[in-house]
Write a protein that binds this ligand. Sequence first.
Ligand SMILES: O=C(O)COP(=O)(O)O
Ligand SMILES: [Mg+2]
Length: 233
Amino acid sequence: MKPAGWPRAVLFDLDGTLVDSAPDIAEALNETLESYGHPPLTLEAVTKMVGRGVDVLVERAYGALGLEIDPATRERVVDRYVKLYEARATQSTVLMAGVSDLLRDLKEKGVPLGVVTNKPGEATRAVLDHFRLGELMAVVVGGDAGPALKPEPGLLLHACEALGFAPSDVVFVGDSENDVLAARAAGMPIVAVAGGYTELTPEALGADAAIERLDELPAAILALAEGEGAPEV
Ligand SMILES: O=C(O)COP(=O)(O)O
Ligand SMILES: [Mg+2]
């Protein structure tokens, strides 16, 4: 049983958790590939490449096309991709089901909220502001904030520090193995939500709680606060 007022804050992953951003990511990535004379990838293929940050996205795209990429070229390709993505980050992107209600509900209950994503900060803020979610966030940490990307714990620890709360008092909500590993390494409780950009089920991700939809989050948090562990898988 956790003390009253637990958790002190809730942090969310972005891509595949709060927003379905894969269509804009795929479009910007394909524009980038085309500008270098390479063929496009399908939305389905790109969706599975999202979540480890922009360097890995570009590496995976080149790998899928059977192309080698040296570090200097990758840097140039990543720069172009980031520019193209920033220019269209909110064209086809939509909120995941239940996001607005959930965030406003948590906010009304006085729970500070934040976003911790591997997506670079500028595009992250543009997406959040487009959906008027930026104003709900006490902290927003993007992939270029300084610390190593998830699955390393640094971005999450950075957010907890900014909020002034111990990691064990802050719940993280994400869609991928990356998020689970980062939270574990940071010492944070983690809730995995289905419908994101992994082929694994939320149960298989090994989180403290697994939910099908975001509107199940308050109940999952309550169960964690009451000391109910993750269901056996
Ligand atoms: O890979 C990315 O750029 C972002 O992914 P995330 O929001 O799931 O961390
Ligand atoms: Mg994600």
